[in-house]
Design a protein around this ligand. Sequence first.
Ligand code: TRP
Ligand code: SF4
Length: 406
Amino acid sequence: MASVLSGHSVRVLSGMRPTGRLHLGHYHGVLKNWVRLQAEYDCFFFIADWHALTTHYENPHIIEESVWDMVIDWLAAGVDPNTATLFIQSRVPEHAELHVLLSMITPLSWLERVPTYKDQQAELKDKDLATYGFLGYPLLQSADVLAYRAGLVPVGEDQVPHLEVTREIARRFNHLYGREPGYEQRAEEAISKLGKKNGKRYRELRTAYLEQGDAEALATARALLDRQKNITIGDKERLFGFLEGGGKIILPEPQAKLTPSAKMPGLDGRKMSKSYDNTISLREEPAEVERKLKTMPTDPARVRRSDPGDPAKCPVWQFHEVYSDDKIREWARAGCRSAGIGCLECKQPVIDAVLAELKPIQERAAEFARDPVVVKNMITDGCRRARDAAEETLVEVRASMGLAYN
Ligand code: TRP
Ligand code: SF4
């Protein structure tokens, strides 16, 4: 029933830290997902350069170097700047403004107990992360999301605690600033302004959410409200709040949309990650791709060509799971167990598939790299669109915090 209304006005927001080259792990884990989402939602994707600074403040040049390469990799992977809004965090100062405003109402303990705070400090021992900025990392992320009133935030498992803080902060903000007398009656009046058909639809969806917890109905009702041109922003917020049974919702709570867990293995069988030095970058030279795959380890039991092996103990097999069809997989599995094929033979279809996947990406990347002005203009345009969207929220936020001196 909710599919009658497309998800087009549901906002999706996600960011990526510019701390190095993108690799196949990013492509399979994040970018392909973004490309799917942009067809369905109103997507905002941004370069989280301030977030990168929280951990790279001592050598910020890597950030500068990575930003444009990253944008080019996004574009090359199929992220479409005409469909999605692509921008750079630091070019939208509203993120910083909202960060400082939210900091006023954020209890220190909420930030201190975010697991990534202590975990990352322990993990990145070579860096001094006992900074104000690093403690505020999840709050800055909250500001990113809330500035756009995003409904869905595609992230990996590790980011879920940050989304949880975002939701708590939104709730606290609405609780502090969204109370008003005569709320229910004002909400009823606002419903009548939706018109007969939309009013009825709104009530149905609200009931479905409040009585059955139907999250899709909630998303659909929000989309319906988003499309209303003839009601005031105040009424809109009232109706957003009324949907969930509470007060006025100035900052709606986002949902994490878990990225289907990346099955992309690295060259050593662990997850592909820069810190393990087991990556194939999206711009890796074909000869280098071939070399890396040819030298990657296999089942250690296969010392000689005549020794049978076990695909379950081989990182190459995980590549077959990503890149090969049933037929090739069957051939590899049988050939490995019977020592019917050698490891280099087994790797060949994987090499071919990775090269075939990278070819069009690299061609597109080369085109954009040749035309940096085009890329910069796209981003300038995206930053402007992002600012307009964030500004709408900030107008409300400033007013509710007593800062609208008109
Ligand atoms: N912290 C995220 C990461 O490391 C990046 C990020 C910053 C982000 N702001 C965001 C992701 C807002 C989603 C929404 O992956
Ligand atoms: Fe791995 Fe293939 Fe060699 Fe078996 S034959 S060990 S699956 S590379």
